[in-house]
Design a protein around this ligand. Structure first.
Ligand code: ADP
Length: 338
């Protein structure tokens, strides 16, 4: 029992996977079949404040101005139960959070949201967690949240243990490692909301896609190649591997029964535009990727970003192009909103 109100705040940013997390070997613990690699982004963020308060009779969750019920509240309550089990207390909490970008639109608010919640709730509970332990905790809220705690380039090792103790993310290179790397996010008009939750969709892929086993065999080699490309800042190699991985992810989704098609025609036009730009330049000046959503992330370098941004902005069906870069990891907040 926490006897007096204790509170803490934390902020974290979304990440975009260059090697995707898709398919779990243990649904309760969220243990993936394959390791994944991501870039934590700047500018976008979730800020979360948690107050454990003995006068509350149930948990409350305010996202923006809206008191949450149903699914979003349930996920937060289940997550707080994990924190309470770790801290051996039962006190309910008031959780306030704000995303400075659109929630549930395919920009990974679940990753930044649960990373921020893990940071705030563990601090408010007085748990002194190591970075791996905090990452394991965040993973229980949303798989990719375990990567959003760290800045720059991050690897989430799948691990092999049944209890998941070796399944957490760790930073590979900080954001400043590659100052010229840019992520142009082409936001498409009328992006549909996800027809089914990713946690359910990915298990359908595992059960039905004839390409999934082959993908699992290829991923370790791709991660090694990507790490080498990032280490020496080899942009064309990184872009080629990123597109190859994205195409592999899309094929396992499309070959799932029933099929998973996350793109809209504008998304496909963006992919074609990137391929055309690479062809015209005789080398890869950009690499596309997308998650289980219709928006497309296009990695490029500062040399090409202004021209490419104009080009992507002119693609029919593209509403806006965000200019992002690798960004910092999660951090505690001293006061609400600061
Ligand atoms: P996205 O692409 O934005 O991750 P999802 O549909 O996968 O879209 O996840 C959105 C869900 O993540 C929300 O419905 C909510 O349950 C949860 N979520 C988003 N932001 C937060 C937050 N700041 N704190 C806690 N949970 C959040």
């Amino acid at each position: 029992m926490v006897r007096r109100p204790t509170e803490a705040g934390y902020e974290a940013a979304p990440n975009i996977a260059l090697v995707k997390y898709w398919g779990v070997r243990d649904e309760d613990l969220g243990l993936p079949y394959n390791s994944s690699l991501s870039v934590t982004l700047n500018h976008l963020r979730s800020r979360t404040w948690v107050q454990f308060d003995p006068t509350l009779t149930e948990d409350r969750f305010l996202l923006g101005r809206d008191e949450q019920t149903d699914g979003p509240l349930r996920s937060v309550v289940e997550f707080l139960d994990e924190v309470r089990a770790l801290g051996r207390f039962e006190t309910h909490a008031f959780v306030r959070s704000e995303n400075n970008f659109q929630t549930a639109s395919g920009l990974a608010s679940s990753a930044s949201g649960f990373a921020a919640l893990a940071g705030a709730a563990s601090l408010a509970a007085g748990l002194k967690l190591s970075p791996p332990a905090l990452s394991r905790l965040a993973r229980l809220g949303s798989g990719s949240a375990c990567r959003s705690l760290f800045g720059g380039f991050v690897e989430w090792r799948a691990g092999t243990r049944a209890d998941g103790r070796d399944c957490f993310a760790r930073p590979l290179f900080p954001a400043r490692h590659w100052p010229g790397l840019v992520d142009l996010v082409a936001l498409v008009k009328d992006a549909p909301t996800k027809p089914i939750r990713s946690a359910v969709a990915m298990q359908r892929t595992v059960a039905t896609s004839p390409l999934y086993a082959q993908r699992l065999r290829e991923v370790p080699r791709r991660i090694r190649a990507m790490k080498r490309a990032i280490a020496v800042r080899d942009a064309p190699a990184l872009f080629d591997r990123t597109m190859e991985e994205c195409d592999s992810f899309r094929s396992v989704c499309e070959s799932t029964e029933p099929t998973l098609d996350y793109l809209v025609p504008a998304s496909r036009r963006v992919l074609a535009e990137v391929r055309a730009a690479n062809e015209e330049n005789g080398t890869s000046v950009a690499g596309y990727t997308h998650d289980a959503g219709a928006h497309i992330h296009v990695f490029t370098t500062t040399t090409h970003s202004a021209r490419l941004r104009r080009r992507l902005g002119a693609v029919p069906g593209v509403e806006k192009v965000l200019v992002l870069s690798p960004g910092p990891g999660g951090r505690p907040l001293r006061r609400w909103g600061r």
